[in-house]
Design a protein around this ligand. Structure first.
Ligand SMILES: *Cc1c(COP(=O)(O)O)cnc(C)c1O
Length: 447
């Protein structure tokens, strides 16, 4: 793959670390998308990060548009968060008994998301969705779950199914090691397709414990719900006694102070039953949560029969980071994110337009992504039809110029409170050459 992008700036220190990593870590990475497989080339090993910038092992600085895939909403090493972390760490790293930070973080979340009365803290978004699913199954006594193709809910066995296109279909696992029995209880439907959801519930409604959906999907690129879709999901699940789990791990406290719910809710058909959170609420540390009305959360141990636990759940350092992050996410921060995202997206759209590259920019609050195809993109099948080579060329041109996009065409671009005029100007200055690189790659592969 690297030879496909001859313009690469060499990154010898990263390349050496990557070679070392590949000997002792599968694929050289601890999460697959970091390996650059879909764009080719050598992943940059980051030595440190500050504000809007990543600095790699070769000492090169990049404007960071990954933001750790969402958490770094304030930018890297934000002074207030750093102070909170240092103070918490000085008081010990983990107790295995309750502590005040856990309560304060739960209170902050509950205060921000109106339908959520209680949360249980966990350590990753995967744990949050896995636990919410178990809770929904425990409450309803049903086993099936509906998910939408292209929505990612972490690497939970039952949710690693994306399956066939266009029609309601029983899930086939997307990963080796997921037994067909685990995925067989998962029904995968096309996103934004109310008729498919109605048909699945007409056929199977009394067995469906829950529908889980990204509140506004950001893991197939950004594909927001069409007007009325979330309402319809709520209406249909309620009519069949199934729960609705709104996965706000990515959108929570990012799209607005109350996440996607704060932008689109409240819903006439009622609020989602359970919510999952992660990313921003951990401030870059392992903290996540699931929550809902107290009457539903009472099903959890120790009050109820649904077991759920964690040695590091509510970790004092992670909760201090999360709490300090949320407290610093003021209305000005959200306005700033909107402004910066708009500036970058508009400039990218203009340059891609000038270069004649087909593209579509889609939004969920300040989260956006650029599909290299004509839009709109309303579901996973449409997202998959976009041009991967054009994205790879665009990505590498920007990387060479000191701008680090997510190394995948199917990810949102994340900005932060630390993205100031200097950072935005650097991105904007790099865009014309990147757009031309994307155009050249379109030309070489033909229409
Ligand atoms: C990132 C993400 C997850 C998984 O969170 P991890 O902390 O990576 O386990 C779940 N759901 C959504 C919507 C996500 O974006």
């Amino acid at each position: 793959m690297p030879s496909a992008h001859p313009g690469h700036t060499p990154a010898p220190a990263s390349a050496a670390l990557f070679a070392r990593a590949q000997a002792v870590v599968p694929g050289g990475v601890n999460s697959p998308v970091r390996a650059f497989r879909s764009v080719g080339g050598t992943p940059r090993f980051v030595a440190r990060a500050a504000g809007a910038y990543l600095i790699d092992a070769d000492g090169r600085e990049y404007v960071d548009l990954i933001g750790s895939w969402g958490p770094m909403i304030l930018g890297h090493a934000h002074p207030e968060v750093l102070a909170a972390v240092a103070q918490a760490a000085a008081r010990g790293f983990s107790y295995g008994t309750p502590s005040e930070n856990e309560v304060a973080l739960a209170e902050e979340i509950v205060a921000r998301v109106e339908p959520v009365e209680q949360v249980r803290l966990v350590s990753s978004g995967t744990e949050a969705t896995m636990s919410a699913l178990r809770l929904a199954r425990g409450i309803t006594g049903r086993s099936r779950v509906v998910k939408f193709a292209g929505c990612y809910h972490g690497h939970v066995d039952a949710l690693l199914a994306s399956a066939g296109s266009g029609v309601a279909t029983f899930g086939l696992p997307d990963s080796a090691g997921v037994p067909p029995s685990a995925a067989a209880e998962t029904i995968v439907l096309p996103y934004n397709d109310i008729a498919a959801l109605e048909a699945a519930f007409a056929a199977d409604g009394e067995h469906i414990a829950a529908v889980i959906t990204e509140a506004a999907p950001g893991n197939m690129g950004v594909v927001p719900p069409l007007p009325g879709f979330t309402e319809a999901v709520r209406r249909i699940t309620r009519a069949h006694g199934s729960l609705l789990i709104s996965d706000e791990v990515m959108t929570g406290f990012r799209c607005s102070r109350s996440g996607w719910y704060g932008l689109e809710g409240p819903y006439a058909a009622g609020a989602p039953d359970l919510f999952t959170f992660g990313k921003v609420m951990g401030g870059g540390f392992p903290a996540a949560a699931f929550g809902g009305p107290a009457a539903l959360m009472a099903w959890l141990a120790p009050d109820g029969p649904v077991y759920q636990a964690g040695t590091l759940s509510g970790n004092p350092v992670a909760t201090a980071a999360g709490l300090a992050t949320l407290q610093a996410c003021t209305p000005q921060v959200y306005r700033h994110l909107d402004t910066v995202a708009a500036a970058i997206a508009e400039a990218a759209g203009a340059e891609l337009g000038k270069a004649g590259v087909p593209h579509t920019i889609q939004w969920a609050g300040s989260m956006f992504s650029i599909f290299f195809a004509d839009g709109p993109v309303a579901n996973y099948d449409a997202a998959k039809r976009t041009s991967a080579p054009a994205y790879a060329a665009f990505f590498h041109s920007l990387l060479d110029q000191g701008v680090h996009l997510p190394p995948s065409a199917f990810e949102a671009w994340f900005v932060s409170a630390a993205h100031d005029d200097r950072a935005v100007d650097r991105v904007v200055a790099a865009l014309p050459a990147a757009a031309r690189a994307a155009a050249d790659s379109c030309a070489t592969i033909g229409p």
